[in-house]
Design a protein around this ligand. Structure first.
Ligand SMILES: CC(C)(COP(=O)(O)OP(=O)(O)OC[C@H]1O[C@@H](n2cnc3c(N)ncnc32)[C@H](O)[C@@H]1OP(=O)(O)O)[C@@H](O)C(=O)NCCC(=O)NCCS
Length: 163
């Protein structure tokens, strides 16, 4: 893939579920680097009590470097929640974030969930809208950053294909 000069070349990109505990730890570090370190927050603040039971996807470059990650968990048997969506700055604008969300949408559909919710930074609003999410309510501050709730209704795969 061709990149602009600020970007690093993607080598053998894979977007897939995490495979083991070591990879989970590496994913937490990558999550902290993108989402918490810039806010001056210490390591550990990037995790919560839902991580142990959630579904995690990672974008892996050259079979070892985690360059992106995201999480899906179930709020109820019908509603999923996406969180901690993050791509290392030097790997952005190459479709990795889109692939991470698409993977989580596929997982949510396989689990027969009817909708997905998330809390988007206002700076990522266009990104999620392009993926089909709509805003709900008014912006609010979280971690001193403007956010807005968004949601996506899911159709069962059979309805999508017109069966
Ligand atoms: C939001 C975020 C996950 C997006 O990751 P990404 O890998 O850059 O996402 P994509 O490349 O799929 O899409 C980003 C943009 O690049 C564009 N793009 C995708 N592939 C491209 C390519 N090959 N060439 C040029 N542009 C491309 C997309 O059109 C998209 O535009 P948009 O932002 O106007 O929608 C990333 O910017 C990030 O980690 N931000 C900081 C944390 C954050 O805000 N997380 C989410 C909110 S809580």
């Amino acid at each position: 893939m061709t990149n602009n000069s600020a970007n690093k070349t993607i080598v053998n990109l894979q977007v897939r579920p995490i495979q083991n505990q070591q990879e989970l730890e590496e994913m937490y570090y990558q999550r902290w680097l993108v989402l918490r370190a810039p806010l001056g927050m210490v390591q550990g603040t990037e995790q919560d009590k839902y991580d142990s039971s959630a579904f995690h996807v990672v974008a892996v470059c050259d079979q070892r470097t985690i360059v992106g990650s995201a999480r899906l968990r179930e709020l109820s048997p019908e509603i999923g929640s996406i969180a901690y969506v993050c791509v290392l700055p030097e790997f952005r604008h190459q479709g990795i974030g889109t692939k991470l969300i698409q993977k989580l949408i596929e997982k949510a559909q396989a689990k027969q969930l009817k909708s997905i919710r998330l809390k988007s930074r206002m700076t990522a609003l266009d990104f999620y809208q392009r993926l089909g999410f709509s805003t709900n309510g008014e912006p609010f501050d979280f971690l001193n950053i403007p956010h807005i709730f968004m949601s996506l209704n899911l159709l069962p795969s059979s309805e999508k294909s017109g069966d």
